[in-house]
Design a binder for this molecule. Sequence first.
Ligand SMILES: [Zn+2]
Length: 363
Amino acid sequence: MRDESRDFLFRLLEAAGPSNYEAEAARVWRAEAEGFCAAVTADVNGNAIARLRDDAAEGAPKVLLTGHIDEIGLIVTHLNDNGTLAFRGIGGWDPQVLVGQRVRVLARGGALTGVVGRKAIHLLRGEDRDRAVKLEDLWIDLGFAKKEETAGRVRVGDPAVIDAKPVLLENGLIASRALDDRCCAFIALEALRLLAEGDAPYADVYAAATVQEEITMRGARTVAAALAPDVAIALDVTHASDRPGVSAEEVGEHGCGSGAAINRGSVSNEALVDLLIATAEREGLAYTLEAAGGRSGTDADALVVTGKGWRAASSRSPAATCTPRSRSSASPTWTPAASWPPPSARSARRPISPPLTVLSGEC
Ligand SMILES: [Zn+2]
């Protein structure tokens, strides 16, 4: 991955963006897109949308890549008399990971740093010592001594995120909050950047950093309704099967670095899936298959039911941590492997089924 791309990814990861409070992260994404896209817009919901070029041939198919820009977060639900904050989750949390974390409360007058507290283990008795911690057992301590003091800076409904910078581990692994799904919002835009550097694709290609995937998938709905793409590919993360206690029987076989996990099942369009697979094999790109009998758990679930229903697929990256690797030292993690039709055929307007800018790679 080139240094500029890694810097962009890290800026995305450092920005706060819990669901429905994505503005900071979306600004970072849009600023990057403005460097090489023909049009960059935001809609009322907060989705960021980038169009690769504005001179696509009339009738050229619209291809949309999405990665959601929101992340799970916390929301202040009550100001306690002793100055601490009660909170609940924005999106689904494992409360165990919150204990002792440093957090950033995004208050109106500026962010405040706090820590997540829990009654000390020494003071827990009986079954309380062994049971899994629940959100209602926890509080945020900003250092305020009483409710009146807190109320001057924090309001009920203020969101918060874990306050931790992304770190680079051995073998190029990145550990960070918000990898779900900033790494894919990054990938969607990196695909457009690479397309901007090469021959112009025939397709009219868009990338969108969608909002609210973690809570309602409302962002993907409004993007799909507004753009009416012919093909949409939702990029998201999935469980890595090569970490302790996780089995391939349970989650499918896709370890860190095994390439895109292409989703087959009730949501994905089978012709599109076949084309993704064929392209990955032609280009020598690693991939695995993942199956979903019901919901995919990605923006694809919303994309396929919006408007007339689009050909959609979802493609996921194993990412407890994220492994940005590349086939060459200069190419980023996910590489546009092919644009369709080939350059020689672009001058002829013809229907394409399905038209596609195919992505694959590793994350
Ligand atoms: Zn996600």
